[in-house]
Design a protein around this ligand. Structure first.
Ligand code: G3I
Length: 455
């Protein structure tokens, strides 16, 4: 106790004898917020330091410096390095500094700016080739918010190859609406912000779908009129929230069943047969009230090409919506197989929409190769059959008149993440490989088929 007190007094009073502590070398950390024009350089705190000297260079041995980043003095533990060139390798390191000392250099961190604007255009990138067409269209991809981390393989592929995104499920009612008038925007906002920040079109999918009704609305005990008011409020609030940020919405999804009747959904039961038109009108009113007069409204459905009863009903619904001036376009999901529908069936289906002056979105394209579970591995024969079918779809789409083209969207990036394999909804009996990239993000022959379809 006494010895401790003596040590304390000595330490406080004897300035002359105090040893000057050597500044520790800082540790530089991986960057954050890497983008086309810069990144946030980061490092750890060093005790007794007052500031840090940051070097940024394109040379690993720092023989030259990025202007203003030769020992740039910073008092924080990070710095937003800006004004850089896209798609370029940079290096950074720091030293700690106080009134009397400068530490050794930290470790060196390597970082490549994302480079969406500066990398040479690769003609094997889908959107690069599409954008060179006389009448281009958006090349879309279904995505999930968790995939959008800067620098992830999804992020790189999206920025290189795709010009539109659709949320695979996070912009549906069961995800956004947690109770009457209560919204969880987090995932949907992330998706929309990603598209807006990266000059990627955002297609909203989907305001009203019988498979995405939140439990509170299923259980809703009010009158039918009050139920309709809840749906109106939801559509109004969501369209308003994303006004000017989302270019188009699937207003109603899959209102027709496979027999060609109106699907017997909670919306039909509670709101009556005019519910589809009501939803479109509410969406339009909300957009206009929010100052977005160019929002595109779509009706979206599946399996119309090979099922003429369903096709006829969908087109009579579209006629009604058209007559009410409530609709801009139609989404053909196109969850197809390597055998079906035929080219002639698809063309006839799409051409009906052309005749009605509607924009056409091939909205959820994937092509199964194992719908009978007759293969246990992706065979070369199926690979080529799938490639041919992708090529055919792109050829059909590309041949549409310019005014009718909107987007051709692929429903998921990697085969192993597709909804198709073992889908109970489809009664799919086994594994499948329906998309453009394999489980390693490598392009498949189907991707080449897409490119060839543009020739
Ligand atoms: O609800 C939970 C959510 O809160 C949680 O964050 C998440 C974590 O994974 O799980 C959630 O469930 C998700 C579910 O949709 C919600 O209904 C699943 O993960 C998700 O995979 C899921 O499936 C999607 C499905 O629509 C239902 O929304 C599929 O990914 C998507 O491919 C599928 O897409 C539909 C189109 O929208 C319309 N056409 C048919 C197509 C296939 O069903």
């Amino acid at each position: 106790m006494l010895a401790g007190l003596v040590f304390f007094l000595n330490a406080c009073s004897n300035d002359d004898n105090q040893t000057v502590e050597t500044l520790e070398t800082p540790v530089a950390n991986a960057p954050k917020d890497v983008n086309d024009h810069g990144f946030k350089a980061k490092w750890n705190y060093v005790s007794h330091s007052k500031s840090y000297l940051l070097d940024v260079s394109t040379a690993e041995n720092f023989t030259s410096f990025v202007p203003n980043y030769n020992a740039k003095e910073i008092t924080d533990l990070n710095d937003a390095v800006t004004g850089l060139t896209g798609g370029t390798q940079y290096y950074y390191r720091v030293r700690a500094k106080n009134e009397t000392q400068i530490s050794d250099y930290s470790n060196v961190i390597a970082v490549v700016t994302t480079g969406t604007s500066n990398i040479p255009e690769d003609p094997t990138f889908l959107k690069v080739k599409v954008n060179k067409l006389a009448n281009p269209f958006f090349v879309g991809m279904a995505i999930k918010a968790s995939q959008l981390t800067n620098g992830s393989p999804y992020d790189v592929i999206l920025k290189n190859e795709f010009s539109s995104i659709s949320a695979e499920y996070e912009m549906k009612m069961d995800q956004i609406s947690t109770a009457s008038g209560v919204y969880n925007w987090a995932a949907a906002d992330k998706i929309v912000a990603y598209g807006n920040a990266n000059n990627i079109n955002v297609h909203g999918h989907a305001l009203v779908w019988h498979n995405a009704v939140p439990q509170w609305l299923k259980d809703f005990s009010g009158t039918d009129a009050e139920f309709a008011a809840e749906v109106k409020k939801y559509i109004t609030d969501v369209v308003t929230h994303y006004a000017g940020k989302v270019k188009s919405w699937d207003v109603v999804n899959e209102a027709v069943d496979d027999s060609g009747a109106m699907r017997n959904t909670i919306f039909l039961q509670r709101m009556g047969p005019n519910y589809v038109k009501d939803c479109f009108q509410w969406a339009r009113e909300a957009a206009n009230a929010a100052g977005d007069t160019s929002l595109l409204l779509f009706y979206n459905d599946y399996a119309t090409s090979a099922n003429t009863a369903k096709q006829d009903k969908v087109f009579s619904l579209l006629d009604d919506l058209k007559a009410a001036k409530a609709i801009d376009g139609v989404g053909f999901q196109m969850h197809n197989t390597y055998l079906s529908p035929t080219k002639a069936q698809i063309e006839a289906d799409l051409n009906k929409a052309v005749a009605k002056g509607l924009k056409i979105h091939v909205s959820e394209l994937d092509i199964q190769v194992n719908q009978f579970n007759d293969i246990s591995a992706f065979t070369n024969e199926r690979r080529l059959a799938q490639k041919a079918k992708y090529k055919e779809m792109v050829q059909i789409y590309n041949a549409l008149p310019a005014a009718n083209k909107y987007a051709l969207t692929i429903w998921g990036m990697r085969d192993n993440e597709s909804w198709i394999p073992f889908s109970t909804e489809l009664n799919h009996p086994g594994n499948d490989w329906p998309l453009l990239y394999d489980s390693n993000f490598a392009v498949k022959s189907s991707h080449t088929g897409f490119l060839e379809g543009l020739d």
